[in-house]
Design a protein around this ligand. Structure first.
Ligand code: NAD
Length: 477
């Protein structure tokens, strides 16, 4: 029987109108910078410049924080929860209505496949706002005292891997609790945050409740270090998280840090192998592996190693790498040249240290930033590719013989964000999960998210929880 080939199925980008340049969003309107510079947003799949945005300076950040303070004192901090909820519900509905436009913009700027931005990111973004809208008038029943109070101004800094979803994780609980916000999106993905600013205008959110300052690390540091910020919420690398922990130490600021990970995905010999293979693929190749909780270390019980590896390679050969806007694409572009360089460097180190790489045959586009899905076998716990976060579509495969060895290897990492267990025995799943030092443990699935479920890490993966009732705590006094 002849093999069917996929025809191109591109999503139209006509729905997204991108302006040549954007100002900062302060006080409910787009304003010119006082001391900011200019930086470019680039489509990583084509290297085309999408727009110019401001690289905000200290004066700009100061203006944003002062505006957020005025909005907190004057309006938002004293508004009854039931009224704040109405704004949050309105924002959630507008996001749902404009989700196609937002999904296309997210894929254009981030490089993630439209299938994922349309079916995972955007539904989760809307769900997060709906979920926290529901809490705004029930904070006295959340288990944090009968009259919990907001903290004031939240300074929030987010990464580029899930630009809108990370914004939702930060902004929705902060606003639900009555705080105002100064948010800095990542330097490579500012456009969806600026589109969110337009949504705040469309929802008639009082000016100054949400302020968005674009820029790079220095702008983020200015937000974090501003003396009038009451709460710092950071998602990003462990290295920067440590710097932030140092810089806020000794101040009265509250802090939550959501940092990196090196999750173990453990497959026992009684697991349903095909199901596990789907979970492994989803665990490491979802969003090009740019996922803090990615299952980047596969631990396989020795007796099923050959069978599982053959099955995994067969499945990987069906993955389609290419245009993020093609609806059949499984793996899109790497977000930036710098990130591609990091993935290449660590992969080369993996080879030099003696691990064996394998990738399915796949043609990569000429322009843009691309990396073929890759697995490394023969990996030991001492290898850097087993210890460091690669943050790309690269899986390190290790083996184990006994459940105790699996747990010891899984916990042998400075991180502790997530883990996965594949077994048909409930008792084995529960006893293993109990011993894993990870904030989230998935069983017979991976990368499942829900706004009602808390998320966060142990050890160098950070502290504090986002999502669920627990996520309110970080924004309440
Ligand atoms: P990054 O730490 O380089 O940057 C994150 C953000 O911090 C960006 O907006 C950046 O501009 C800003 N920043 C950089 N230096 C700063 C400084 N000194 N002070 C304040 N802000 C500063 O991380 P990245 O490369 O953008 O993102 C990838 C990392 O994020 C990975 O390590 C990943 O695991 C982590 N991450 C964690 C979670 C989680 O929930 N735990 C979620 C997503 C991503």
């Amino acid at each position: 029987m002849p093999r069917f080939e996929y025809a191109p199925a591109p999503e139209s980008r006509a729905i997204v109108d991108i302006q040549p340049s954007y100002g900062l969003f302060i006080g409910g309107e787009f304003v010119d910078p006082a001391d900011g510079g200019v930086m470019k947003s680039v489509n990583p799949a084509s290297e085309e410049v999408l727009a110019e945005v401001v690289e905000a300076g200290p004066q700009d950040v100061d203006r944003a924080v002062r505006t957020a303070r005025a909005a907190y004192d004057g309006v938002w901090g004293r508004m009854p929860g039931r009224d704040r909820a109405k704004y949050l519900f309105r924002i959630a509905r507008i996001i749902a209505e404009r989700s196609r436009e937002l999904a296309v913009l997210e894929s254009l700027e981030n490089g993630k496949p439209i299938r994922e931005s349309r079916d995972a990111d955007l539904p989760l973004v809307a769900a997060h706002f709906f979920y926290y809208a529901g809490w705004a008038d029930k904070l006295g029943h959340a288990g944090f005292g009968t009259d919990p109070r907001p903290l004031g101004v939240a300074g929030q800094v987010i990464p580029w891997n899930f630009p809108l979803l990370m914004l939702a994780w930060k902004v929705a609980p902060a606003l639900a609790c009555g705080n105002t916000v100064v948010l800095k999106p990542a330097e490579t993905t500012p456009l969806s945050a600026l589109r969110f600013a337009e949504i705040c205008q469309q929802a008639d959110l009082p000016p100054g409740v949400v302020n968005i300052v674009t820029g790079a690390g220095a702008t983020g540091a200015a937000v974090v270090d501003h003396p009038d910020v009451d709460k710092v919420a950071f998602t990003g690398s462990t290295e920067v998280g440590k710097q932030i922990a140092r810089s806020v130490a000794g101040t009265r600021k509250r802090v939550t840090l959501e940092l990196g990970g090196k999750a173990a995905n453990i497959v026992f010999d009684d697991a349903a192998i095909d199901q596990a293979v789907e979970g492994i693929v989803n665990g490491i190749f979802f969003n090009q592996g740019h996922v803090c909780c990615a299952g980047s270390r596969l631990l396989v019980q020795e007796s099923v190693y050959d069978q599982l590896l053959a099955s995994l390679k067969r499945r990987m050969a069906t993955l389609r790498v290419g245009d993020p806007l093609d609806k059949n694409t499984d793996i899109g572009a790497i977000n930036s040249g710098a990130q591609l360089e990091r993935i290449r460097t660590l992969s080369e180190i993996g080879q030099q240290e003696g691990a064996q790489p394998w990738s399915p045959p796949c043609e990569l586009p000429d322009r843009g930033f691309w990396f073929a899905p890759t697995i490394f076998t023969g990996v030991t716990q001492a290898h850097r590719i087993a210890r460091e976060e690669i943050f790309g579509p690269v899986l390190s495969v290790l083996t184990f013989r006994t459940p105790d060895e699996a747990v010891a290897k899984a916990n042998n990492t400075p991180y502790g964000l997530s883990a996965g267990i594949w077994s048909e025995k409930g008792s084995r799943i529960l006893s293993t999960a109990d011993k894993l030092r990870a904030g989230v443990v998935w069983a017979n699935t991976f990368n499942k998210f829900d706004p009602s479920s808390p998320f966060g890490g142990y050890k160098e993966s950070g502290y504090g929880r986002e999502g669920g009732r627990h996520g309110l705590e970080a924004y309440l006094a």
